[in-house]
Design a protein around this ligand. Structure first.
Ligand SMILES: NC(=O)c1ccc[n+]([C@@H]2O[C@H](COP(=O)([O-])OP(=O)(O)OC[C@H]3O[C@@H](n4cnc5c(N)ncnc54)[C@H](OP(=O)(O)O)[C@@H]3O)[C@@H](O)[C@H]2O)c1
Length: 211
């Protein structure tokens, strides 16, 4: 699949590597494609399966668009994207306060629902927001695979995202409609709290136990 990734930082870069390793072609849409850090990323992944350019070129290239910018850049990125009609947009953002002490949206809406309003015509799913980027590089633990919850209102898009998460090693769970992002974004906040405030570090992930 052709995948655009808006943002090539911790999350965008890590998911890009993982998607390319699973056989996909990735195109990073970034503000400064010629930056040394972006060139290094392309060299690392390999120029046959990755490239970098403007946000609009990335979106034009792709069937599926991953939004991996800081929350405060999400709207600008989507405005630069051009026509998103019928594209699957995977929202990985968390609407964090500047000091990471909490979320700026919640309870009665979510970042994902706001993004669905900005990304006119796109089929938005929320995914890859509930664990640290370190786990996106390797979701496998001795006790099983880390979980990624996926929510969205379009069933066939959600199926694609669920498969993508499985391909890179996660257990993926359909968590329901896009409004479930109201639960998944605070879940990310819990992971951040445990990792950085409760001193658990980043080497853990949420998983599912079944009887
Ligand atoms: N870090 C995590 O473990 C983690 C886990 C789950 C979810 N998240 C969420 O994922 C998102 C990204 O986090 P991150 O840690 O990957 O951030 P990051 O390392 O700071 O990377 C952000 C990327 O977005 C790019 N960017 C900034 N403005 C842009 C625009 N207008 N259009 C396109 N790209 C733009 C940046 O480019 P420049 O560097 O050139 O500015 C950079 O490549 C955040 O919303 C975060 O809350 C993070």
């Amino acid at each position: 699949m052709k995948i655009a990734i808006l943002g090539a930082g911790n999350v965008g870069g890590t998911l890009g590597k993982a998607f390319a390793s699973a056989g996909h072609k990735v195109f990073f849409g970034v503000p400064n494609p010629e930056d040394e850090k972006n060139k290094k990323l392309i060299d690392l992944i390999g120029p046959n399966s990755s490239s970098a350019g403007s946000v609009s070129d990335a979106v034009q290239f792709a069937e599926l668009v991953v939004l991996a910018t800081p929350w405060n850049a999400a709207r600008t990125a989507l405005q630069s994207a051009g026509n998103l009609s019928d594209k699957v947009v995977v929202d990985c953002t968390n609407p964090l306060k500047e000091d990471m002490s909490g979320l700026v949206i919640g309870h009665t809406s979510s970042a994902a629902e706001q993004i669905a309003q900005w990304a006119v015509g796109a089929k938005v799913c929320k995914a890859f927001n509930q664990t640290g980027f370190q786990n996106m590089a390797n979701p496998k633990f001795n006790s099983g695979n880390a979980v990624i919850f996926v929510c969205g209102d379009d069933f066939s898009s959600k199926k694609i995202v669920l498969q993508l998460a499985e391909q890179i090693g996660f257990e993926s769970i359909d968590a329901g409609p896009l409004s479930v992002a109201r639960l998944l974004e605070p879940l990310a906040m819990l992971w951040i709290h445990l990792a950085y405030k409760a001193n658990m570090g980043t080497d853990f992930a949420f998983g599912i136990l079944r009887r």
